[in-house]
Design a protein around this ligand. Structure first.
Ligand SMILES: [Zn+2]
Length: 487
């Protein structure tokens, strides 16, 4: 018999953590953070403590208390006994935090199955993000000691002992070929989403076939992939469809191609700098900005973090992402620490110390505020809320614009952030224009998918309105948190 237990991803957008059990085989579908619950208890300045291992997360139900799943260093530090691995794998749909970020808590020997591009993005996150819970592709064992040269007890760190850093067991698959985890057979399909590597799955179990959509849409650069997935799902005649419904109440949206055109229209009308904000890892959107820049004879300035991401993606056998060597891409180094970038008199070694080790290889070819300041109308510049500080040095000229290419604020914290951003923009006299499409399918697209695939049963996930699926099917089962569905 097959059982699915929903430890997240039901009656909320994100936080997918679904345990699928088929006789002896147990796998998780995604292991992400629930933003809703996490934001109820934690904020930027009120963070879970590493010193309590998993305790702070379990306290508020952010992760389920399951045996044989979590990293031993945390469990041991919490005073728990040794556990053996009791889960056979994690099937990842994509690299967004609400699907992947609690990988940090998992054992290093738990096999993680994902697309090559998903791994590339996770690797970039692992290597370039700060924070206490960022052991995504490699795990640094904590709370270990050693006897130092003086005969005293010392704490082991990644700097003193490279053996505390262990690679996680990632199994990168190729699309187009199936694989097995225990008794389960898995067929991965690429789907269109606001991030490379997004995957939909057809899963064959002893009680029938399950489709897991992950997050998907039909209006981006990979619409054909989503359509091919839909046709494969239809042929598979699934018994159960786990389908996202983020935008089930919203009607048709623009396409990514429309966004590209709108960027051109906005930027070509501006007489100064175009400061552009989009989701940092959305390389499909980056491509829209790059294509727009090319059409206008401008250049796209991206961040060092994005350059590192493009380098990782370039290792994948097949990727849509822009090429870092494209002559119309420039890498932009922000001023930080001593802020020496761009000063002609400083020693390069001293300048490099302003940056993390992974950033340094990019510095010699990077541009900084000086180049943009002199040539403002020639640039589309990637500018997140954290990069607004650069405007102080750039001094945007009259006629500069801010292109907002992210979703609208959907909670109080984001509203506040956006108010602050607007203060900066009005201080520097930047006009604001918005152009964006969502990474999620609209109501109409979801309806088509459900009608085409015609599954025996539908369990809506990743939505605040699961019941809306009942308009299109009388076989909808709405699950609640922690509940088990028997197939
Ligand atoms: Zn997503």
């Amino acid at each position: 018999m097959v059982k699915l237990t929903f430890y997240g991803g039901v009656n909320e957008i994100g936080g997918n953590k679904i345990l699928l059990e088929d006789s002896g085989t147990r796998i998780f579908l995604d292991f992400g953070m629930s933003f809703g619950t996490a934001n109820m208890y934690f904020s930027e300045f009120l963070q879970p403590r590493k010193c309590n291992g998993l305790g702070d997360f379990i306290e508020f139900g952010l992760i389920p208390d399951i045996k044989g799943l979590y990293r031993q260093d945390f469990l041991k530090h919490m005073g728990r006994d040794y556990e053996k691995l009791e889960v056979d794998g994690l099937l990842l749909s994509h690299a967004h935090a609400d699907h992947a970020s609690y990988i940090n808590h998992l054992r290093e020997d738990l096999p993680i199955y994902c697309a090559e591009e998903t791994y590339a993005i996770l690797k970039a996150m692992n290597d370039t993000s700060a924070g206490s819970f960022n052991d995504i592709t490699e795990l640094t064992r904590c709370f270990e000691t050693y006897v130092n040269k003086k005969g005293e007890l010392s704490r082991k760190t990644a700097q003193t002992h490279d053996d505390v850093v262990v690679e996680r067991d990632f199994r990168r698959f190729q699309f187009g070929s199936e694989f097995k985890i225990g008794d389960i057979t898995v067929e991965p399909y690429p789907v269109d989403h606001s991030l490379s590597g997004a995957t939909g799955y057809i899963i064959h179990t002893s009680s029938g076939t399950i489709v897991y959509t992950g997050d998907f849409r039909f209006h981006g650069r990979r619409e054909k992939e989503s359509l091919a997935f839909m046709h494969a799902c239809k042929s598979a005649k699934p018994d159960l469809l786990l389908i996202e419904g983020t935008r089930i109440d919203e009607s048709a949206s623009k396409t990514e191609a429309d966004v590209e055109d709108e960027i051109c229209a906005i930027s070509s009308n501006s007489k100064g700098l175009s400061a552009c904000n989009w989701s940092i890892r959305d390389t499909d959107r980056m491509l829209s900005f790059l294509n727009a820049a090319k059409k206008m004879g401008k250049k796209l300035a991206i961040s060092i973090k994005q350059a590192y991401l493009l380098d990782q993606l370039s290792k994948c056998s097949d990727t849509l992402a822009p090429n870092l060597r494209d002559k119309d891409i420039q890498i932009y180094a922000t001023r930080k620490s001593w802020g020496l970038i761009g000063s002609s008199s400083c020693d390069l070694k001293i300048r490099n110390q302003d940056y993390d080790t992974w950033e340094r290889p990019y510095l010699d070819k990077a541009i900084c505020y000086k180049e943009i300041k002199e040539n403002q109308k020639d640039y589309l510049m990637f500018c997140t809320n954290f990069d607004l500080k650069e405007l102080i040095d750039i001094e945007p000229i009259e006629g500069s614009v801010y292109i907002k290419s992210v979703c609208e604020p959907f909670d109080a914290e984001m509203e506040l952030d956006w108010e602050r951003v607007q203060n900066w923009l009005s201080h520097f006299g930047l006009g604001v224009s918005a152009t964006h499409v969502s990474g999620h399918a609209s109501g109409g697209q979801l309806k088509t998918f459900v009608e085409e695939v015609s599954p025996k049963t539908i369990v809506p996930i990743h939505t605040e309105n699961a019941k809306a699926y009942e308009k299109w099917s009388n076989r909808v089962v709405c699950m609640s948190l922690g509940q088990t569905f028997n197939m």
